[in-house]
Ligand binder design. Structure first.
Ligand code: ADP
Ligand code: MG
Ligand code: MG
Length: 506
């Protein structure tokens, strides 16, 4: 075992009760004063917010191998290019995600989006698209090989926690500065706290799209969920756009847009603010629309399609949202597929990117990339998933956490999965995070810190402005570390399973 691995396995340093309480007070007070916040659980949320609670946080940053952190940052530029190219490859998306040949045949949500896009794409008024991406990783420990970086998934819509993760990192830096963490570890020193300027970076992406649209007085539209509690993560972007770029933002839900949005004969997207005044939209940033529950009626899809066919730059467009499907992630691992999207600049880092992928296959096909097994009985993909269940996770084409099926739950799940729906699922080998890692976790809005075994998931943010066959500009812009108690399989912070953490480079 390497030094790094044993440090991770023995983290965090022990604190006495008084120290835990002192650090908790410093941490939550800092969070409350610096906008590391959620809205409280209230249903419905009042129209005018009156109180906030601190986000769930860890008291210590979590050790992460410096080399692997730098590797994740390095390959982000390649991922930005890769997913931009996928979104521009209509033929590929049709075959993988479409309703005629792909996942859209069996997955209703994917099919709805794809069909809506297909009906309007020949009439495209805006070649440019914007992606605000987050590529997620876990550390993988394999016997004899030490730690490596493995990708969990690549998000192309509503990639959240950029702004709050910057604040979580700043909070840990403050704890180091103010308490020196009581001198409990020599690793807790400023040099080991990497900078995190995600807010400025993501806003720069939105501002680049706004500028490319070419009407300085137009607005950026944030499409948000009704009842959203993670509003401060979104507001920080809004303030950054206003203060640094002089760009105004309007926030509306798909419900509100059904009444307020219109597209004129030049395809300009307008939002009516009153019966006599309206604003022009340059860029549409979706923090909603990634899950079927965001579209309770056909009218909600119609609103999405209205926006899609407008001249506004979409972040993401429907094709870019489809490109983020788990099925695409799996298809990329099949022989020869990645090559289709590489050029001279990205080819060089392709092997590093590929090395970060776990084994994946579709339930309806053979894991070695051969065509579907036509022999009687279950397809090879399903049989293989049964055999290897203990080391697998099954994923549908969904976002937002809570949708996957793990390990021993897999065989029973496969028994009840209608054969027609197999094509909507992928099997993925489980990443095995280093054992023994721990931290002190503080729940959102109160309660004592609990010391528990944890798993930390790194997210790297990037953006890309692209269209007409080429990538105009792209950047790697920051990171997120989410840490969850080891007993929970899923990692969604908003769902209350995990906390905002930060990286301690070792
Ligand atoms: P979502 O789009 O819903 O966030 P993910 O693919 O990120 O879906 O899966 C949700 C969570 O499940 C992840 O945050 C991670 O904790 C866990 N998970 C997903 N894939 C793996 C894997 N291959 N190995 C271990 N854990 C995984
Ligand atoms: Mg995820
Ligand atoms: Mg996701």
């Amino acid at each position: 075992m390497t030094d790094v691995q044993s440090l991770i396995g023995q983290w965090p340093p022990a604190l006495d009760e008084a120290q835990v309480e002192a650090l908790s007070t410093l941490a939550t007070s800092w969070a409350l004063s610096h906008g590391l916040l959620y809205l409280p659980v209230l249903s419905p949320q009042p129209p005018v917010p009156a109180a906030a609670i601190h986000a769930p946080i860890s008291l210590f940053p979590s050790p992460f191998p410096r080399k692997l952190f730098l590797q994740a940052q390095r390959i982000q530029r390649t991922y930005n290019n890769l997913y931009s190219r996928i979104a521009m490859d209509t033929q590929f998306l049709d075959s993988v995600m479409g309703s005629e040949e792909g996942v859209g045949k069996v997955d209703e949500f994917t099919g709805q989006l794809w069909r809506g896009w297909k009906a309007l794409r020949d009439d495209n008024a805006q070649p440019l698209q914007l992606g605000l991406f987050r590529s997620d990783y876990l550390l993988h420990s394999s016997e004899g090989k030490g730690l490596s970086l493995k990708q969990v998934e690549f998000n192309t819509i509503s990639s959240s926690f950029g702004c709050l993760s910057q604040r979580a990192a700043a909070m840990h830096r403050y704890l180091q500065h103010s308490s020196q963490y009581f001198g409990v570890s020599e690793h807790l020193k400023p040099d080991n706290f990497p900078s995190n300027e995600t807010t400025a970076g993501l806003a720069e992406g939105l501002a680049a799209a706004h500028k490319a649209y070419g009407k300085p007085k137009s607005f950026i539209l944030f499409v948000v969920q009704g009842g959203e509690r993670n509003v401060f993560d979104q507001r920080w972007l809004e303030y950054e756009l206003l203060e640094r770029h002089d760009i105004h933002v309007v926030r509306q839900s798909l419900d509100e847009l059904a009444a307020s949005a219109s597209v004129d004969d030049k395809k300009v997207l307008h939002i009516a603010l009153t019966s006599s005044s309206s604003i022009e939209i340059s860029t549409v940033y979706f923090r909603a629309g990634y899950t079927p529950t965001d579209y309770p009626t056909a009218a909600h899809y119609q609103t999405r399609f209205l926006v899609e066919r407008s001249a506004a730059i979409k972040c993401p467009s429907i094709p870019l949202q489809l490109a983020g499907g788990k099925k695409v992630q799996e298809v990329l691992t099949q022989p020869g597929v990645l090559d289709r999207f590489l050029d001279d600049t990205t080819r060089a880092s392709a092997s590093e990117m590929r090395a970060s992928w776990m084994g994946m296959w579709g339930l309806d096909v053979a894991p070695d990339g051969l065509t579907a097994d036509t022999a009687p009985g279950e397809p090879h993909g399903v049989r293989r998933a049964r055999e290897l269940a203990a080391r697998l996770v099954l994923k549908p084409q969904r976002e937002g956490g809570g949708n996957n099926v793990y390990k021993e739950a897999i065989p029973a799940f496969l028994d009840t999965l209608p054969p027609t729906e197999r094509a909507a699922w992928i099997a993925m080998e489980l990443i095995e995070p280093p054992a023994g890692a721990g931290n002190y976790l503080v729940r959102s809005g109160g309660g004592a810190a609990v010391r528990t075994e944890v798993v930390s998931e790194l997210g790297i943010f990037g953006w890309s402005l692209f269209g007409g066959g080429k990538v105009e500009e792209e950047r790697e812009v920051g990171w997120l570390l989410r840490t969850k108690g080891k007993d929970s399989n899923e990692g969604g912070v908003a769902a209350g399973f995990s906390v905002l953490d930060s990286v301690l480079l070792v």
